[in-house]
Write a protein that binds this ligand. Structure first.
Ligand code: NAD
Length: 276
């Protein structure tokens, strides 16, 4: 199975479907990421704060998969915002991952209260210039945060990774990002199981019509909307199910019906006010 790629604004290809490791217990991470790589995933979405970079790195090393066939993202945690702390943070992440560079390095949250995301972005530009990250981007940035980085920085972020699922479709950020050539990544693509996405009629009906699961319908909705998506599951069966989404296509009517589920319903923190 070849996963389609999206070409980022710096020319680098990113597999549109990956595997996320938020809340994956470090004690289980090596096994779970090894399973994901065996299932066929080649894009892993990690973060320093998930506390499992070393275990992700061990699974990568054990897989024997050539480095250039993998796409590895990690993220700079909020306490590491700033210039020198960003340089220290990428060094530590690379050491833990056992890699010379990541494919994508993100500022995890803007934390506007700290007022250091612009300084941190300029540090990421240097990290990219040094070759420690092929692409750089942001996460949880709202339009004003993106506007500031675009106005003051030199590099346009390759991606903005934001909470995005049918009940929280984030049309304003998507439209702005697309107009600036910034790819959008969906976190919590299944709503983190925090509402009954799978029981909503447009999702359940499409699943029945295509003889697939509601999770597969949700993942297709992201893919057919041009979004980059990396659902998480500890179970190998579900990993395989979530990866098996290239044998059917949602119709325009089905996509439209799922689009209509948008209620502006956030399941995670609001980036404007988060202080963790
Ligand atoms: P998700 O929407 O992927 O939901 C995960 C939940 O869905 C789990 O409880 C899992 O058991 C369940 N699930 C997965 N596959 C299923 C299936 N086929 N059928 C039924 N249930 C299924 O939520 P997530 O893990 O928060 O998001 C995915 C990834 O996004 C994370 O692992 C992480 O890499 C990233 N993320 C980033 C941020 C950020 O701030 N940048 C925040 C949260 C998550």
């Amino acid at each position: 199975m070849t996963v389609p790629t999206i070409t980022l604004n710096d020319g680098a290809p990113i597999p549109q479907l990956g595997f996320g490791v938020f809340l994956v217990d470090p004690a289980e991470t090596e096994r779970i990421v090894s399973d994901a790589l065996e299932v066929g995933y080649r894009h892993i979405d990690a973060a320093a704060v998930y506390g499992n970079e070393a275990e992700v790195g061990r699974a990568i090393a054990a897989s024997g998969i050539p480095r250039n066939e993998l796409f590895i993202t990690t993220k700079l945690w909020n306490k590491d915002q700033g210039t020198q702390s960003a340089f220290d943070a990428i060094n530590l992440s690379l050491e833990k991952l056992g890699l010379e560079s990541v494919d994508l390095y993100l500022i995890h949250w803007p934390r506007p209260d700290l007022d250091r995301y612009l300084e941190t972005w300029l540090a990421l530009e240097q990290i990219q210039a040094r070759g420690q990250a092929t692409s750089i981007g942001v996460s949880n940035f709202h339009v004003p945060h993106l506007e500031r980085v675009l106005a003051e920085g030199t590099v346009v972020p390759a991606v903005d990774q934001i909470e995005l699922h049918p009940a929280f479709a984030q049309r304003d950020i998507r439209e702005f990002a697309t107009s600036k050539g910034i790819a959008v990544e969906s976190w919590g693509p299944l709503g983190q199981g925090k509402y009954d996405l799978f029981g909503m009629p447009p999702v359940a009906d499409a699943a029945a019509a295509h003889d697939v699961s509601p999770a597969q319908v949700a993942i297709r909705w992201h893919l057919q909307n041009g979004l980059i998506v990396f659902p998480k599951s500890n179970s190998r069966e579900r990993m395989a199910e979530n990866f098996d989404v290239f044998g059917f296509e949602l119709t325009a009517d089905e996509l439209e019906a799922i689009n209509a589920l948008d209620q502006g319903m956030r399941v995670g923190a609001n980036p404007d006010t988060a202080t963790f």
